[in-house]
Design a binder for this molecule. Structure first.
Ligand code: SF4
Length: 124
C-alpha cells in the first residue's frame, strides 16, 4: 500500500467529522454511487442529482453548504457531526485517509494536524 501511516478509525467517534468540513473542495462520485445514494434517500435519481450534485468538467461532485467559517459536504449531519449517508458514501470518502496526495510530505503534514486517527509507521 506504501503509505507512511496507518489509520485508527476509532478516532472518528470524537473527531466531529473534520474530513467532511473545512475549506471548499470536491466530493467526487460516480453515477453508480449516485444511484445508490438516491435509493438510500428514497429519491428519484433525477431529483436527487438536481438537488445534490454539480458537474465539474466531465466529473460529478456532491455540493457543499456553508458551515461555521467554511463549508461542509451537503450530507454532513451538523447535529450528529457525521455523514448522514454513511453506508452509501462515495469511494473518495471511503478511501480517506489513503489518498495519493497524502504520499507527499507537505500534504501529509496537513493530514497529521487534521486527523487524529493517523499514526505514522515507525521505521526500524
Ligand atoms: S458523503 Fe459523507 S463522508 Fe463523504 S464528505 Fe459527505 S458527509 Fe463526509
Amino acid at each position: 500500500m506504501d503509505f507512511a501511516y496507518s489509520f485508527d478509525c476509532r478516532a472518528c467517534e470524537e473527531c466531529g467529522g473534520k474530513c467532511c468540513v473545512g475549506e471548499s473542495g470536491y466530493i467526487f462520485t460516480s453515477i453508480a454511487e449516485l444511484e445508490k445514494m438516491a435509493d438510500f434517500l428514497g429519491m428519484e435519481f433525477n431529483q436527487f442529482t438536481q438537488t445534490y450534485v454539480k458537474k465539474v468538467g466531465y466529473k460529478f461532485s456532491l455540493i457543499e453548504k456553508s458551515y461555521q467559517e467554511g463549508f461542509a459536504c451537503i450530507f454532513f449531519d451538523e447535529v450528529q457531526k457525521n455523514c448522514s449517508i454513511y453506508p452509501v458514501r462515495p469511494k473518495q470518502c471511503r478511501d480517506f485517509p489513503f489518498w495519493e496526495i497524502f504520499k507527499e510530505r507537505e500534504h501529509l503534514d496537513y493530514l497529521l494536524k487534521e486527523c487524529k486517527g493517523i499514526q505514522l509507521e515507525r521505521k526500524e
